[in-house]
Design a protein around this ligand. Sequence first.
Ligand SMILES: [Zn+2]
Ligand SMILES: [Zn+2]
Length: 395
Amino acid sequence: MPAILNGTVVLPDRILKDGMVQTSGSQIQSVSRRHRPGRGITEIDAQGGYIVPGFIDIHVHGGGGADFMDGTIEAVLTTCRTHLKHGTTTLFPTTTTGSMAHILEMITACRSSAKLLRSGRETGAAIAGIHLYGPWFAPDKAGCHDRNECRPPELEEIREYFRTKMIRIATCAAELPGAELFWKVARKHNCLITCGHSNASWTEMSRAFEYGMRHVDHFWCAMSSVPSLRQRFGTPMQASMAEFVLMNRDMSTEVIADGCHLAPELLEFAAHMLGPERLCLVTDCNRALDMPPGPSVFGRHDCGTPFNSDGRVGWAPSGSLASAVTGMDHMVRQMYQSTTVGLPAVIRMATLTPAERTSMQLTHGSLEAGKMADVLVLDEDLQVRHIILQGKLNQ
Ligand SMILES: [Zn+2]
Ligand SMILES: [Zn+2]
């Protein structure tokens, strides 16, 4: 039953100086100004640092040399363990394009791993559900995913995945034929429906919105723009996914704030134009996290796409970016340094906002009595010092 004290507690809208977070079992018991914790309570000294909720990552592929798509329990647990060290206490394993058999293997491995993590027999970031990401991408926006595995959604395949009851976030390029079949099923399963790796127009986004689409993956990356739509449709020029998200207050999105994908002014722009309630931080991290720089594979080890990690980001052979290689703690530091929105807003983007978008805000995402005791202690430079996972001091 640890109590974390002597730190600045970061709440979604403000900070609480010299605050204390007390836990009871796996839950937060109270958040208050400092007072003496009761007898027999372990004290964790934040040493003047920050006390923040555990990070929630809704878009993550791998880490520690493993990719969720490897499809083994070992690979899933390695990834969950690696991201926990970077402050992520909850994540949504994210598929890449691949065959139906490989995607189903990944889902099965995640289901078994989630059980092991829940039972406490294994330690790592908790799995809150799958982000079904590939294979329903527009081939002209495949990015570092295998282009040959991009395909339009078909009912049989959609049903196979959703039948597992593991899918909580689901992506499909809005312009693909058959997209409405996907939206109908995803909606029935109460998923966060997103559009990504897409060259969709405003009109196509409006249609998707009517079917329940409310989120766009990695803003500015592998998505349509006014010039890309001009190539598709000619003139008059059409509004793109970017304008649709910026204009529509029910839409949220995410940024890869590793400092390599987007320049600081784009992070500042996104933080201000969308606000912390509509913007999530994601890692979009691949297996190269915490691995030495060098050649690696994005997606499943035996049939993914090759890329090179320079230790800061992944590079495809074509010279374009191949997703991130850093953890959520890095994204939080980079976002804080690049923007003027302040720490509560930045922390919100990595905690409460992703919790709200995936309907888990009643139990996760902020330091509040009754919520899961996933708590981090960060030092003054926002480096992770302690991790309390479900009430247990892990580091
Ligand atoms: Zn992507
Ligand atoms: Zn991704």
